[in-house]
Write a protein that binds this ligand. Structure first.
Ligand code: NAP
Length: 356
């Protein structure tokens, strides 16, 4: 989407994240003055890629320090902004130490703090909330309770709790809270985007988002003897940035939007990688039995209760709404997977194929 004249500065919370960095890039390319909040603006590992981007683009970038837990942190960065993209939220799926402290509190308090700052900032007209498909479903097994073969925007995650899929619970609670706050006022409107598993090349070499960890597993041989029978609803990080932009700049946009290209199992992803990079890498050829996968899950920081409700279940989403209401088109998942692995290869994060 090519925006007309930017409607004023845009705030991006968590501007250094995997997803947000691509959004910041797109906004800068379209001449926006971007106010990006980060936890530490002086940490070059977190911000150098953003300042480099700003050098090459017509827009301007200002970095602000803000922690989600600080109720006053967002007023100054949000001043004069008409658009607010709230992307910052902790993303930890494996080995969660303290779900309340590490996920639920920062996600919900952060959403409240950002949206209450929007209530105090007269220039704000639209908030784009980065939610997730995890606010739509909890486990793939949830689909069995529905009268349909795929999830859509009318569904809400009703099965996650602080002791079962706490990341998904944090996203569900924060999206619900965001709608509650949005509906109590009328100066700004809110549009939610709900991306699936985000893959594709990152802009920072230090990104360690969940999708990056998954791609590393393909390279480091974790699935050499087979992969669990798990399906993922994939979307490219560049398309997620596009979805945010369209959610912000489509005047009539409203409600939730699933951002998903297509679903693939780990074995199907392995097949795509083998087709492109050849057979010498340790990509999976087959699925391991669900029993074996269940036994191995805790070693990966995945509780067995979670594995039991996801192994072997299909996971499908209807992306019609984002295609019709926002005009989204999606890269095939294979392109995201190949581009992402190529980036890890180029960066030396996964090794070259073993020589026979
Ligand atoms: P990411 O790279 O880990 O980005 C998360 C961002 O949130 C980072 O900027 C992080 O800052 C910030 N953050 C975390 N805790 C914070 C706190 N207490 N105070 C201030 N900032 C904090 O992950 P991502 O994949 O880009 O995720 C961005 C958004 O997309 C999240 O809302 C996530 O739930 C959503 N999402 C992601 C996926 C996916 O597959 N990646 C799928 C669906 C939805 P630091 O760099 O300082 O930690």
């Amino acid at each position: 989407m090519t925006p007309r004249q930017p409607p004023g500065p845009a705030l991006v919370t968590g501007g250094n994240g995997y997803v947000a960095s691509w959004l910041v890039k797109r906004l800068l390319e379209h001449s926006f003055d971007v106010h990006a909040t980060v936890r530490d603006p002086h940490d070059p590992r977190k911000t150098a890629h953003l300042t480099a981007l700003a050098h090459d683009c017509p827009g301007t970038l200002s970095l602000f320090r803000a922690d989600l837990l600080d109720p006053a942190a967002f007023d100054h960065p949000m001043a004069d902004c008409s658009l607010v993209f709230h992307t910052a939220s902790p993303l930890i799926v494996r080995d969660v130490e303290d779900p309340l402290r590490d996920l639920i509190e920062p996600a919900t308090a952060g959403t409240r703090n950002v949206l209450e700052a929007a209530n105090r900032t007269p220039s704000v007209r639209r908030v784009v909330l980065t939610s997730s498909i995890t606010a739509i479903y909890g486990d793939a097994a949830d689909l069995e309770q529905l009268d349909t073969d795929r999830f859509d925007e009318s569904h809400w995650n009703a099965t996650s709790r602080d002791d079962h899929q706490p990341y998904s619970y944090s996203k569900t609670l924060s999206e619900r809270l965001a709608w509650e706050i949005a509906e109590k006022q009328s100066r700004w409107d809110m549009v939610a985007v709900n991306p699936g598993l985000v893959l594709g090349p990152g802009l920072s070499p230090h990104t360690r988002a969940e999708g990056v960890l998954m791609m590393l597993d393909f390279g480091n041989g974790y699935y050499r003897f087979g992969a669990p029978e798990l399906e993922f609803a994939i979307v490219d990080v560049r398309d997620v940035a596009e979805g945010h932009l369209r959610a912000a700049l489509t005047p009539e946009a409203s409600g939730r939007h699933i951002l998903v290209s297509e679903s693939m199992t780990l074995v199907e992803m392995g097949k795509v990688l083998r087709g492109h990079f050849g057979g010498d890498f340790p990509f999976p050829h087959k699925a391991v039995s669900n029993l074996a996968a269940l036994m191995l899950a805790p070693r990966r920081g995945i509780p067995q209760a979670v594995a039991r409700r996801n192994l072997g279940y299909p996971l499908r989403f209807d992306n019609t709404r984002s295609r019709t209401a926002l005009g989204m088109t999606y890269r095939p998942a294979a392109e995201s997977i190949v581009d992402h692995f190529q980036q890890l290869l180029d960066a030396g994060l996964v090794g070259p194929p073993a020589r026979k």
